[in-house]
Ligand binder design. Structure first.
Ligand code: NAP
Length: 507
């Protein structure tokens, strides 16, 4: 019997960041050739293209923050800088011919689904048809900018960390920074080397996990070049530490939490001798409740002569700087807004209509949630990479995407085998999945009493309340009982010109 060739779906991916690149490589490896990535900017790289602030780096060890199939012996440090990571993604994209599939400067403005096809509109007026639409926009890419009273009156330069204005020379300047999250911490470690003075406006102190950086010598790099096993071992060690200590500590393992807490508390005790300053820097919530800040330098940076820590709340912004609620004016030339991101915007502001005309804003009106982070009941043949309840935290997002991509590929593979033209999770499956997570959240550290971007508007954490191991196991194979599928015998033929598609259509 002649085996029917597999169908070759057309796939549109939104975003050419870490996940979009990975998806393209893996779809192509699976034999799918009709792939278009729509990228709103002029370059690939996502987070690493956008964030160019002084000190930008990844606080996950570089060997862990690399694709499993592209280890990089050239990493210069244990924690790689933003520039180096951007260069890595550019190199990988070139090597795997990803760039030729990217349409740059084309943001997706609208997507509409009908009978097994997505019609996708872009900002330059192009229209694409696709069997599958995949959002790979990442989580934190919409800057959150609070509306401070009087901010329009400020005479100096003011910008968000993700929109760094490199035309502003910081030499000899008085710079202020609002926020003390992971981003601000990296800037605080770097900026005092450039600016005359740095004033840090802290609303809530952070726990800092001691993670000293280390330069990799030429000898180490050569050993890594000579032996991939060496990199694999380093990766395994880092992964085990993250899984056993960081990850387990957050989801209720008492021993892991004790170890992590002790490390953070000792770090503060040993790093800051001045009692008054230490008090200001001591959080009143559990370690890990907010996303843990990882830094080997923060405590020494905050104690530099030219750095001031202000803990009085911000009353308003004036034409000359920031006025705090104790009535003090802090004169500044530059004000950096390090207030984080909107974590639930995902691929929006694009509009999106799924089956029966249900818009994404309607679907998420009450709550932003998904089935297994990846699927939505009303949006068939659509996958949301790194969606709500992906086990974010301090893990490598590359590792997370490398778990989600094979899951998505399995669902696409069934389409290729002609099992269905349309696949979506059921409403019940999504409700059940989310209820199970909600029931387990009480055991996690995120609900122990702090404010953070992990929490949605109802105070429910957007993370995964079980172990990494369990997540991986549950993501191994899609449970088809949780899906609704449909066939469309008169479905519009794929526009793909590839041989396998044409054969499939003929058969
Ligand atoms: P963030 O963690 O959300 O921190 C925002 C900071 O701004 C907090 O200190 C917050 O104070 C403060 N803030 C917000 N609104 C304010 C207001 N109205 N007045 C005064 N202060 C205000 O944002 P982020 O530092 O950009 O980090 C976001 C996430 O990005 C991180 O958690 C991490 O997942 C990721 N990231 C990763 C890396 C990496 O190396 N892998 C580096 C940077 C960022 P409160 O604490 O009081 O809310």
């Amino acid at each position: 019997m002649i085996k029917t060739p597999k169908r070759n779906p057309s796939v549109v991916i939104i975003g050419a960041g870490m996940t979009g690149i990975l998806l393209t490589i893996k779809l192509h490896e699976a034999g799918i050739t009709d792939i278009t990535i729509l990228e709103k900017k002029e370059k690939i790289g996502g987070t690493w293209r956008e964030n160019t602030y002084p000190g930008v780096a990844c606080d996950v060890p570089a060997h862990l923050y690399s694709y499993s199939f592209e280890p990089n012996p050239e990493w210069s440090n244990r924690y790689a800088s933003g520039d180096e990571i951007q260069a890595y993604f550019e190199k990988v994209s070139r090597k795997y011919n990803v760039l030729e599939r990217v349409r740059f400067n084309e943001a997706v403005t609208d997507a509409e689904y009908s009978r097994g096809k997505w019609t996708v509109e872009s900002s330059v007026g192009n229209t694409y048809e696709a069997d599958f639409l995949i959002s790979a926009t990442g989580i934190l890419h919409h800057p959150f900018k609070p509306d401070f009273d009087g901010q329009e009156s400020f005479k100096g330069a003011m910008f968000h960390t993700a929109e760094w204005d490199h035309s502003v020379d910081l030499k000899g300047k008085r710079v202020g920074i609002i926020g003390t999250g992971s981003t601000a911490t990296q800037i605080i470690c770097e900026l005092p080397k450039q600016a005359d003075n740095l004033t840090v406006f802290q609303r809530t102190p952070q726990w800092i996990a001691p993670t000293p950086n280390r330069e990799f010598s030429e000898t180490i790099k050569q050993k890594c070049r000579d032996s991939r096993l060496r990199i694999e071992i380093a990766k395994k060690v880092y992964h085990t530490i993250f899984e056993q200590i960081f990850s387990k500590a957050l989801v209720g393992n008492k021993l892991s939490h004790f170890i992590l807490s002790t490390a953070c508390k000792l770090n503060l005790r040993l790093g800051v001798k001045d009692k008054e300053l230490r008090k200001k820097l001591t959080p009143d919530y559990k370690v890990g409740c907010k996303r843990l800040v990882m830094s080997g330098d923060f405590y020494s940076a905050i104690q530099r002569q030219n750095v001031d820590l202000i803990t009085a709340g911000i009353e308003c912004i004036t034409e000359s700087g920031v006025r705090t609620i104790d009535g003090k004016d802090h004169d500044l030339d530059v004000l950096v807004v390090a207030t984080g991101f909107d974590p639930v915007a995902y691929m929006r502001p694009m509009t999106m209509k799924g089956k029966g005309g249900t818009s994404i804003d309607q679907t998420w009106q009450k709550k932003v949630r998904a089935y297994r982070s990846v699927l939505l009941p009303e949006q068939p043949n659509f996958f949301l990479m790194l969606g709500p309840n992906t086990p974010i935290g301090n893990f490598s997002v590359i590792e997370m995407s490398e778990v989600q991509v094979p899951y998505v590929l399995q669902l696409i593979e069934r389409w290729r085998e002609n099992e269905y033209d349309e696949v979506a999770c059921t409403q019940e499956a999504m409700e059940g999945f989310n209820q199970r997570l909600k029931d387990a959240m009480g055991d996690t550290v995120w609900t122990s009493g702090c404010q953070s971007w992990y929490l949605d508007a109802d105070g429910d954490p957007l993370s995964w309340p079980f172990t990494w191991k369990q997540w991986k196991q549950e993501m191994e194979t899609p449970d088809m009982n949780d899906f609704m599928t449909a066939r469309y015998p008169n479905k519009v033929k794929s526009k793909s010109k590839s041989k396998s598609t044409e054969e499939a259509l003929v058969s």
